[in-house]
Design a protein around this ligand. Structure first.
Ligand code: PMP
Length: 404
């Protein structure tokens, strides 16, 4: 397992200090470091290959259009989509959820309809639903967690009703690393006629995805957590569902015919991609998937969850530490230390060359549920290894000395 990291660490320039010393980056859940292959693909797309897409008649633009659409095909294959038309390029998961909330939600929700979320959702899977609820008169319900921090599917099954039109849940929690029983959630949602949206931000970089098997209705993720660039993400939905949804932003590239009297729209996915798209980012996302997938998504999950389990075991030895979340975590470990603010843990670790995240992780309702203002979070990627764990624990010992 460690070999996986050791062999490829050198591919990531961001994992070293300017002096060339290793930097222990344990914030991959926030954003992943980029491999050289992605940086090079982005540079080529911005340099010698650069031109617009979908409009130019000259050869370079036609080639760029081919590369852009090849990325759509690559994403479709990566997540086991039924066709390229099921892939909408968006700026990130946040934009994908806003698109669904505004387009599908705006069209399908009416006063008294219910939206089911969970306690552990990221703000980007809460606020867009609150906005559309206010607009449509729909009501939000919140699924509680099990004692060990997983979405409580027994509760979900018992409490979903035909008033629920959409269930929107994290496939993997960005704070606790808990993995949702997605197929069971899909069955429960569909049993009452609701749609299921999965926020796959933390799942896409470390789990093999097959949309047909998951049986959800909408899936979103961000490119930058999948070793790709910022500014690009993916919304997946079955073609019939996308075709039935109204556009949510108007502009170039999303139309069929425009007159001042009336505009007709292009079919999906173009209907949802108004304006000049994120050309270079989409092409670099293709390179990211080409880089990541050959490791084997199952192998990545095993590698990162083994590191998380080791981290939990080591942190548990420190008697002032409280660990959050289930024992089996997808490469993410959140903890608090008695008498020490997580920001102080983060600052002291930074001095030791260890980067962890400290804060509410855009999950304030979950912090309220845990009864803490913030947690410290270590998260792992394909390049993480035992040396990062050792550095983390050296840093924690220093925190203990300072605050002990
Ligand atoms: N959902 C989850 C579970 C996340 O971890 C994140 C990023 N922290 C998001 C949504 C939002 O992703 P982005 O900021 O890339 O749109």
């Amino acid at each position: 397992m460690t070999n996986l990291a050791a062999a490829h660490r050198a591919d990531f320039p961001g994992l070293f200090t300017p002096e060339g010393k290793p930097w222990h980056y344990l914030d991959t859940a926030a954003t992943a470091q980029k491999p050289r292959a992605v940086i090079d693909a982005m540079a080529r797309a911005m340099g010698e290959d650069y031109a617009t897409v979908h409009r130019g008649v000259y050869a370079r633009s036609a080639e760029m259009t081919r590369a852009f659409e090849a990325a759509r095909t690559r994403v479709a294959r990566f997540i086991g989509a039924g066709s390229d038309n099921e892939i909408v390029f968006v700026r990130g998961a946040t934009e994908g959820i806003n698109l669904v909330a505004q387009s599908w939600g705006g069209e399908n929700l009416k006063p008294g309809d219910r939206i089911m979320l969970s306690v552990l959702e990221h703000h980007s899977n809460i606020v867009p639903w609150q906005m559309v609820a206010t607009r449509t008169g729909a009501v939000i319900d919140v699924c509680p967690l099990t004692d060990d921090g997983r979405i409580d599917l027994d509760w979900l099954e018992a409490n979903l009703s035909e008033q629920h039109k959409i269930v929107a849940l994290s496939h993997v929690s960005n704070v606790l690393g808990s993995v949702l029983g997605a197929k069971r959630a899909a069955k429960a949602a569909h049993a009452v006629g609701a749609k299921l949206l999965l926020d796959g931000c933390q799942a896409a970089p470390r789990m093999r995805l097959a949309m047909a098997e998951l049986d959800c209705d909408f899936y979103v993720f961000s490119g930058h957590k999948l070793y790709g660039p910022t500014g690009v993400g993916v919304l997946w939905a079955r073609e019939e569902l996308l075709q039935a949804m109204p556009p949510w932003q108007g502009g170039g590239a999303m139309i069929d015919r425009v007159t001042f009297e009336q505009t007709t729209y292009a079919p999906a996915p173009q209907r949802f991609e108004a304006g000049t798209p994120m050309i270079t980012e989409v092409i670099a996302l293709h390179a990211a998937i080409d880089f990541v997938e050959p490791f084997g998504m199952e192998a990545l999950f095993a590698h990162e969850s083994a590191l998380a389990a080791q981290a939990r075991d080591a942190l548990r030895e420190v008697n002032t530490i409280r660990l959050f979340g289930p024992e089996q975590s997808a490469g993410i470990v959140s903890f608090a230390m008695e008498g020490v603010h997580p920001h102080d843990i983060g600052t002291i670790l930074d001095e030791e060359g260890v980067a962890i995240r400290a804060g509410h992780h855009c999950a304030q309702p979950l912090m309220d549920h845990l009864g803490v203002p913030a947690t410290a979070r270590a998260s792992f990627g394909l390049y993480s290894d035992e040396s990062d764990l050792a550095a983390l624990m050296r840093g924690i010992e220093r925190v203990q000395r300072i605050f002990g």
